[in-house]
Design a protein around this ligand. Structure first.
Ligand code: PAF
Length: 281
């Protein structure tokens, strides 16, 4: 596995693959890799000939400086996890390479960026859309692989690629969970032991509410009951619980097409998000 730090070197490598007729996949990450990321890399390796994993802790998507400072930076152990899988390139540019002095552009997606995580994290999705559009253009890949855990991000990235005519297929991959149901996240490592044992209640509340909705339960009552449940998790600070259509994230009043139940809950200073599919009754 090659470690590449500049756009020029990445383009040269991808150019060689293209001349050999290879397809290219990209897995964008901010590092602190866990089994969820590795499942994306395996999927990319299964579907494309050459795989680039990007590792860049993007300052533009953090609306809170202390969250950026606390974000784990573990490049060496990330590289050790990727090598045995057979990833071809780890692309880890510096902040100066990604945003050279004089950088003034922002990519902003409206609609799907609004509400949910967009409401509580001002500027977050502009930062995501800006860096991901750059990564797509730098890598020139055929397919990009993203986890469904960040479901709104997946919509933002898809919309951005379509609207900017970036010729890449954005592939959404299922959330990977711990044995107790907690969705894997780089942030989980920052949970205290007590918060970690309470965190599985988020996934359980979502799953059970989704099952009730799919069985035809009243939407308002089910969401209210699930909200009470999330608010009663010890030490939890509830941010949102919402039912949105799976295809465009529009709010759901009646379940006539597939939906997602999405939530954000803080445990201590760690913000956890999760979502589950909701079938039409
Ligand atoms: O999901 C993430 O890790 C980040 O938001 C991403 C897509 C790598 C952009 O920085």
């Amino acid at each position: 596995m090659k470690i590449i730090r500049t756009v020029a070197e990445l383009r040269e490598e991808v150019g060689t693959w293209r001349r050999e007729g290879r397809t290219v996949g990209v897995v964008p990450t901010m590092g602190a890799l866990h089994e969820g990321h590795l499942s994306l890399v395996r999927r990319a390796l299964a579907e494309t000939d050459r795989v680039i994993v990007t590792l860049f802790v993007n300052p533009k998507q953090f609306n809170d400086a202390s969250d950026l400072d606390a974000y784990p930076r573990t490049e060496e152990s990330d590289a050790q996890k990727l090598k045995p899988l057979g990833a071809h390139v780890l692309y880890a540019p510096s902040a100066a390479e990604m945003y050279p002095s004089g950088f003034q552009t922002k990519v902003s997606v409206s609609g799907v960026s609004e509400g949910l995580c967009g409401a509580g994290r001002t500027g977050h999705f502009d930062g995501v859309a800006t860096v991901v559009s750059k990564l797509f253009l730098q890598a020139g890949a055929d397919r990009a692989f993203f986890g469904e855990k960040d479901f709104q991000q997946l919509h933002v990235v898809r919309r951005m690629a379509r609207d900017l005519d970036i010729p890449i297929e954005v592939v959404g991959c299922p959330t990977v969970r711990d044995a107790d149901g907690l969705a894997l996240s780089s942030r989980n490592e920052r949970l205290s032991a007590g918060d970690r044992s309470n965190a599985s209640a988020i996934a359980a509340a979502l799953r059970e509410a989704a099952e009730s909705l799919a069985a035809g339960a009243d939407i308002t009552e089910t969401l209210e009951a699930a909200t009470v449940r999330l608010k009663s998790i010890p030490e939890a600070r509830f941010e949102y619980l919402e039912l949105r259509h799976e295809d465009d994230l529009s709010p759901v009043n009646a379940l006539a097409r597939p939906a997602r139940l999405l939530a954000a809950v803080w445990l201590g200073d760690v913000r956890l998000i999760d979502n589950v599919p909701v079938a039409v009754p």
